[in-house]
Design a protein around this ligand. Structure first.
Ligand SMILES: Nc1ncnc2c1ncn2[C@@H]1O[C@H](COP(=O)(O)OP(=O)(O)O)[C@@H](O)[C@H]1O
Ligand SMILES: [Mg+2]
Length: 210
């Protein structure tokens, strides 16, 4: 089973956008997920409502025992995507999400202020790892990058280098800053040909390598 959670200390980093797009990518790949909205703000659930429903189930579980509840809703599904609330305000819920997910994805913009926040995130991740029977995989997703592809120079490449030096696993897939994503809230999502398809394939590959 692949259970991915988007986590960060802060709001506004692209957790909900990434969760919704990744869930659609898995659906388009023939692995329809369960999408769990654990943010009390309920943005993923609201998005699905405005869009007239998603082609897979979306449930709201903004509670501190989400890790014990998710499996009740799985049916035969092999993939779960969890949208966690920001750790700084909802630590109990976010930690519970991290107990369920076997892949933690930290979306960040390649900017100095966000890189600086990685130290407290790392501490938090260490604390939650100790609550788990097996450690989760952890990865950084560069979001709102200047360029779509991986480049060798510029702020995106600098951020990759800094993160790698600090021991983070930075995903090869990265998400460019595009109107396609900033305007997508509330509408249906078609992923084919976008970076979220690369992300889904990369996450499935990481899972297969375990
Ligand atoms: N790759 C992107 N390019 C442009 N805008 C983005 C991108 N990812 C997210 N956004 C925008 O950034 C804002 C915050 O994203 P959101 O997914 O709601 O973050 P979070 O769930 O972490 O609070 C939203 O307005 C969203 O549309
Ligand atoms: Mg959100």
């Amino acid at each position: 089973m692949l259970s991915c959670a988007f986590v960060n200390l802060k709001p506004g980093v692209g957790k909900t956008t990434s969760a919704v797009w990744l869930a659609h990518a898995l659906y388009e790949l023939g692995l329809p997920p369960l999408l769990v909205d654990s943010d009390p703000a309920g943005s993923a659930l609201r998005w699905s409502e405005l869009a007239g429903g998603f082609p897979f189930p979306v449930i709201a579980l903004p509670v501190g025992d989400v890790h014990r509840r998710v499996d009740d809703f799985l049916g035969g599904r092999q993939t779960v995507v969890l949208d966690a609330p920001q750790l700084e305000d909802h630590a109990r819920i976010a930690r519970s999400v991290m107990r369920h997910a076997n892949e933690w994805i930290v979306p960040i913009t390649p900017a100095p202020i966000e890189l600086d926040r990685m130290a407290p995130i790392q501490t938090e991740m260490g604390d939650v790892q100790s609550l788990r029977p097996q450690p989760a995989r952890t990865a950084v997703l560069l979001n709102r990058t200047n360029r779509p592809g991986t480049t060798r120079t510029g702020p995106d490449a600098d951020a990759r280098e800094v993160l790698a030096e600090r021991g983070f696993d930075v995903l090869d897939s990265q998400i460019a800053r595009l109107d396609l994503y900033s305007q997508s809230f509330g509408g249906p999502v078609r992923v084919q040909g976008t970076a979220y398809m690369d992300l889904a394939n990369e996450l499935l590959k990481r899972q297969a390598c375990e």
